[in-house]
Design a protein around this ligand. Structure first.
Ligand SMILES: [Ca+2]
Ligand SMILES: [Ca+2]
Length: 225
């Protein structure tokens, strides 16, 4: 009996040791798995580069100065259209322009822009051809070597050194075709002698359509066509 009891005790002890050994083995496997997960999953010791994403578009305030050919004095506020291009993407927006005593107009347009992108900006006055801008304080016509301009909201871009050219008069549907031609001259002549505000033929904004406007129109045609 005593021998059997001793055998049973030894047997139980062996089983206990076996379970302890298995437990230690399983714990070792589990620890390795956790370590591998940490190495792959990034919770401590992650060596993979952190992915980065380009900043998305943000609603920006585009502040700018422009001037009109033939205007060197304060005139009433005018409306301008802006076309802001980056590659194949074009944003079109509008802005009111207020003029100082020297005829320099200041406008602000709201537009969604990518802060990291360069843009070309075209501005069109109410009776004017498009003027294209690709740099601050620009004095030249944009060419293929110009990369465009970053447009941070805190900058006021001075584009007044290149004057917007008058002569593209709106038609009966209030549309401008982007050219100065005999159709514009016809509309100007039909308005000769009229007085008042916001006359499409009043290119110098003095409240009357007369020879001064016709002279300005012909000067633009002569110098730029
Ligand atoms: Ca026209
Ligand atoms: Ca006039």
């Amino acid at each position: 009996m005593r021998n059997n009891s001793l055998k049973n005790q030894l047997g139980l002890l062996s089983i206990a040791i076996l379970f302890l050994a298995m437990g230690a083995t399983l714990a070792g496997v589990s620890e390795r798995q956790n370590t591998e997960k940490k190495a792959v999953g990034g919770t401590g010791g992650d060596l993979r580069p952190t992915p980065t994403t380009a900043p998305g578009p943000a609603l920006s305030l585009l502040r700018f100065k422009v001037s009109f050919e033939g205007i060197d004095h304060k005139i009433n506020d005018q409306h301008a259209t802006l076309s802001i291009r980056q590659g194949e993407t074009v944003h079109v927006t509008e802005a009111d322009i207020s003029f100082d005593n020297s005829g320099v107009g200041t406008g602000v347009a709201e537009v969604w822009l990518f802060p990291s992108d360069r843009y070309y900006v075209s501005v069109k006055g109410p009776q004017h051809l498009w003027g294209e801008f690709c740099a601050d304080n620009q004095t030249w016509v944009c060419g293929k070597d110009d990369l465009g301009i970053f447009l941070p909201s805190e900058t006021v871009f001075d584009w007044s050194k290149i004057r917007l050219l008058p002569g593209d008069l709106p038609d009966m549907d209030n549309q401008q075709d982007g050219f100065i031609d005999c159709g514009d001259l016809y509309r100007l002549k039909r308005q000769m002698g009229r007085t008042g505000n916001n006359l499409i033929g009043d290119l110098d904004y003095n409240g009357v359509v007369n020879g001064g406007d016709l002279s300005l129109f012909l000067k633009v045609m002569r110098n730029h066509y």
